[in-house]
Write a protein that binds this ligand. Sequence first.
Ligand SMILES: [Zn+2]
Length: 138
Amino acid sequence: MSSSSSNPFTNSRGMAHTPNLFCYCGDKMSVRTSWTKANPGRRFLSCPNYGSLKKCNMFHFLDDELPNQYYKDLVYQLHTQNGNDNHVSEHEDTQNELLKIMEDLSITKSKLKVYDRMMMCLVIVVMCLVVVLSIIMA
Ligand SMILES: [Zn+2]
């Protein structure tokens, strides 16, 4: 809403300079980029607890709102077309998720190996039984 050029968090070139800002609730605030249709590509400073259980509401837009709907649509479309997200924490989340999946996969693989060995043992035991039985029957 504010169209003032005296945004305390951005310099004249519009670059965010928010080194180690801490929220009053004790957590480090981080710069994120909004990719909603209403505010595409608009950077904001927020508390990691924003909207979470701690109910912190520290939230501050770093960039001024785009002048009109045309620019908003344009930026939003460009973003969805490129498919890459500058959202830092989201990227980290995806990486963490990938790591988790990889971990799960390796666990499953090692389990499968154990099952493989058990199956092999079972097959050998059954074959021995068959041989022993055929000897007894004979
Ligand atoms: Zn907070």
